[in-house]
Structure formats: C-alpha cells, structure tokens
Design a protein around this ligand. Structure first.
Ligand SMILES: [Zn+2]
Length: 324
C-alpha cells in the first residue's frame, strides 16, 4: 500500500454496544458500531479539547477514552507505514494546535522523534508505551535499550497503555476525569472479551500449525501472546530492506516446517514476500497468501477492521482460517 498521508478527523461519541462474544453477528455489530460517531453542535465543537494521535491505532484508543468530549485527529490514515512517516507542513500546524499529542513510542514513529521531543517542552505529549514496564518489552538490541514497538499485538500490554493514557488524560482534563475513568473501564472490559474470543479461535489451531510468516516483524508480541512461532521477512522496522539471504532462509524455513500460508500486510509492499512464494514454488512447495493482515495501521473507517479490536479479531480469524 502507498504512503499517502490521508488524515482521519475523528469526532464525537462512540456508541456503546455490549460485547456478546458468543454471537458473531453481534460481535461484527460491535466492531462496526465502535466506528460510528454521532454529531455535535458547532458551538460544542468549537470549544472541544483537541487531541492529536500519530497512528490510527493510537487514535482509536483516544476515541474510546475521550471521543465524547474531545476532537480526535489521526495524522496517519489507513495503510500508512509509521516507520517511514515524516510530518508534513500541514502536520506541523496540527501538532502545534493540539492540546494533547498521543503517540505509540519505542521509535515506532522513528522519523517524528525530533518534532515530538521538541513539542514535549510546550505541551502534553504522551507515549502509550510509557505505560509498559521495560521488563515486559521485547529487547531487540542486546547492547542498547532498543525495544520492539508493536505492543498493541499483546492485549495485556496495550491495556496497560490504555490505563496510562487514561491517567494522563485525566490529569490534563480534570473536569472530565470521571468520564475518562469510566470510558477506560468499559474499554478494558471490551478488550478482555475480544482477547478471550481470539484465544478460543487460536486454540482451534494445533500448536505445530502456529507458524506466522509476514512481511515485516510486527507480530512478535502477537506470537508471544497466542503461542505462535513468528518470522518476518523484513526486520522490526520497514526501514531495513530484506535481502536475498533473507528470502532464501525464509524459503527453507517454510519448506522445513511445511507452512501452508504466508501473510501480506496492509502497510507494507508485497513484492518481497511474493518472491518467497515463487522461491517455494521453484523448490516444489506450494505456499499461498493466507490474506492481508492489518499490522501497523487500521483498516478504513466504518469497517470492522477500522477499530483496534475489530482489527485484532480480523487478523486472528484470517490467520487461523488460512493455517487450519
Ligand atoms: Zn512495524
């Protein structure tokens, strides 16, 4: 997918729909409903706090915590790769106007580090990852404190991020603290329900089939959480290009482990993974694309994959169905 910098203005009140995990129809309704927002009057909108999030995944968290009293804007839209994203002039204006800025952290937004650090001196700039203790993170460089930033794929870690952001927003907007706390509680409960549903789906897949191969290494926390062996063709960041050796190693790994399907991602070009599929074919092993996963960006608004919980459920269903 491309690197277009489409922005998502997200406003107003999420409609609460109770999670009923035994009904697929109702679950789909929940994911859809969480993507719809009602309208407010122009006077109300004028005085609303302005909350700016970097990625669509962080913006979705903000929407659940404070969407009923604040205007939420996401800098990055569907399919945008946060590792490569640079702030445009228009973004700099939005960042300057925002009352609060939310970002993932752990260098996910690697090319925005300078501007985020600069803004920290002027206003509240909150990293979701600050809610997670470093002992729970995946260290990716033994010589330095460099950690895997894709923490949203472990629901337990993301819940800590939600609580941290809720606490910080409560400090920033004391008038709305009670509302933020109750929104957080409601959202954390929904997260538990969807995680439970995902775990049940994964448990239908035998352990030896739980091998997840993707374009880049976004799913290590997912693998840790749901007991998958995970391999990404590119590294933790899409900044590093995969080379021929990576392709050869991956082809051999797929053949050795009799893997049936690999997965492309919505925010990463598919070309390199296609060469892996061709490499397997040339050695007599048929491997298919099991589907497109949502990794570093949500799907389009008003679709189930346009929310964090909908995206998680979609990914797990896609993976389980393709590897069965
Ligand atoms: Zn990534």
């Amino acid at each position: 997918m491309g690197l277009s910098k489409s922005r998502l203005p997200i406003t107003d009140t999420p409609i609460f729909v109770e999670v009923m995990i035994n009904s697929k129809t109702l679950l789909a309704t929940l994911f859809m409903a969480l993507g719809f927002w009602s309208c407010s009057s122009p006077d109300e909108a004028k005085n609303k706090p302005q909350v700016l999030a970097t990625t669509s995944i962080v913006a979705d968290m903000a929407q659940h915590l404070c969407g009923d009293f604040a205007d939420i804007t996401s800098l990055m839209g569907p399919g945008v790769d946060p590792h490569l994203y640079k702030a445009s002039h228009g973004d700099v204006e939005l960042l300057a106007k925002a009352d609060v800025i939310l970002y993932n952290g752990l260098h996910l937004e690697g090319k925005m580090s300078d501007i985020l650090h600069k803004l920290e001196k002027e206003k509240s700039v909150i990293a979701v990852a600050s809610g997670v203790n470093s002992s729970e993170l995946r260290r990716i460089n033994s010589d330095a404190d460099v950690y895997d930033p894709h923490i949203w794929f472990d629901v337990q870690l993301w819940k800590k991020g939600v609580q941290h952001v809720a606490d910080q927003l409560g400090n920033q907007f004391p008038t709305y603290k009670g509302k933020i706390d109750s929104n957080a509680l409601q959202y954390l409960t929904q997260m538990d329900s969807v995680h439970q549903l995902c775990s049940e789906l994964v448990n239908t897949l035998p352990r030896e089939r739980r091998v997840l191969i993707t374009s880049h290494d976004a799913f290590e926390y997912f693998g840790r959480s749901y007991n998958f062996t995970v391999k990404g063709l590119q590294g933790i960041s899409t900044l590093s290009e995969s080379g021929l050796k990576d392709v050869t190693d991956m082809v051999n790994f797929i053949i050795d482990n009799e893997v049936k399907a690999v997965f492309v991602e919505n925010s990463v070009p598919q070309k390199a993974l296609r060469s892996v599929i061709d490499g397997c074919k040339s050695k007599g092993h048929d491997v298919v694309v099991g589907g497109e996963l949502f990794s570093d960006a949500l799907g389009a608004k008003r679709t189930p994959e346009g929310t964090y919980l909908g995206m998680l459920h979609f990914n797990v269903s896609t993976i389980v169905n393709a590897l069965k």
